[in-house]
Design a protein around this ligand. Structure first.
Ligand code: GAR
Length: 227
């Protein structure tokens, strides 16, 4: 008997910067752990280092410089037109640092994921690591969520926790979290690609057909700090 072969899921990845999460996804695909057809990597910043990394991996790249558009709506329209040319089943935000308009988000309802460097709903927005330190958090982490019109507010599907040490700076904490993001995001994307992760008509995330009342937690393997 032959095993059913599932076609890889077509995806587009959006980035704004160095693209280390994108790279982790590319590598997981290469290792055969993630059934994706990465059709394009799109950046709103032409100088994003991640564009070069994507090119080196043989992936089509597009830059759409948001500063050249008269307003958010015009940029989002151009972005949507470009994305749709690749007919993705999933849009992956990987360090894409733009607020997206409600129309844009609605167009990709249930098929757009984001990784965010905090344990949502704590610390949506920017400077999450410094804010976690300032708040005296002993535990910090990262979340993968479906994107809705509420910034960093869509249903969270998977999280990873990391310890915060007394000597931590925002940079050391960011580095510890980022290492875990690289394990976290490919796993959530894999659930989606396998058809296990969906959103229902009420905007709730489902894993294997059951509503995710709480996000799943990925066991951390952080080890001891280097100092
Ligand atoms: C990551 O830490 C990601 O969680 C964060 O930007 C960084 C991108 O790094 N995203 C957000 O803050 C989105 N709100 P990368 O370009 O190396 O993947």
């Amino acid at each position: 008997m032959t095993e059913a072969v599932t076609a890889p899921l077509p995806v587009v990845i959006l980035i704004s910067g160095r693209g280390s999460n994108m790279q982790a996804i590319i590598e997981a695909v290469r290792r055969g752990e993630l059934p994706l057809d990465i059709r394009a990597v799109i950046s709103n910043r032409p100088q994003a280092a991640g564009l070069l990394r994507a090119k080196q991996a043989g992936i089509a790249t597009v830059s759409i410089d948001h500063t050249l558009f008269k307003d958010r709506h015009a940029f989002d329209q151009a972005l949507q037109t470009t994305i749709d040319r690749y007919q993705p089943g999933l849009v992956i935000l990987a360090g894409f640092m733009r607020i997206l308009s409600a129309d844009f988000v609605a167009h990709y309802r249930g098929r757009m994921l984001n990784v965010h460097p905090s344990l949502l709903p704590d610390f949506p927005g920017l400077n999450t690591h410094q804010r976690a330190l300032d708040a005296g958090c002993k535990v910090h982490g990262a979340s993968v969520h479906f994107v809705t019109a509420d910034m960093d507010g869509g249903p969270v599907v998977l999280q990873v926790r990391v310890p915060v040490y007394p000597q931590d700076t925002a940079a050391s904490l960011a580095a510890r979290v980022l290492t875990q993001e690289h394990r976290l995001y490919p796993l959530a994307i894999r659930w989606f690609a396998e058809g296990r992760l969906t959103v229902n008509d009420h905007g709730q995330a489902l894993l294997d057909g059951a509503i995710l009342k709480e996000p799943r937690q990925l066991p951390a393997n952080t080890g001891e700090p280097a100092w």
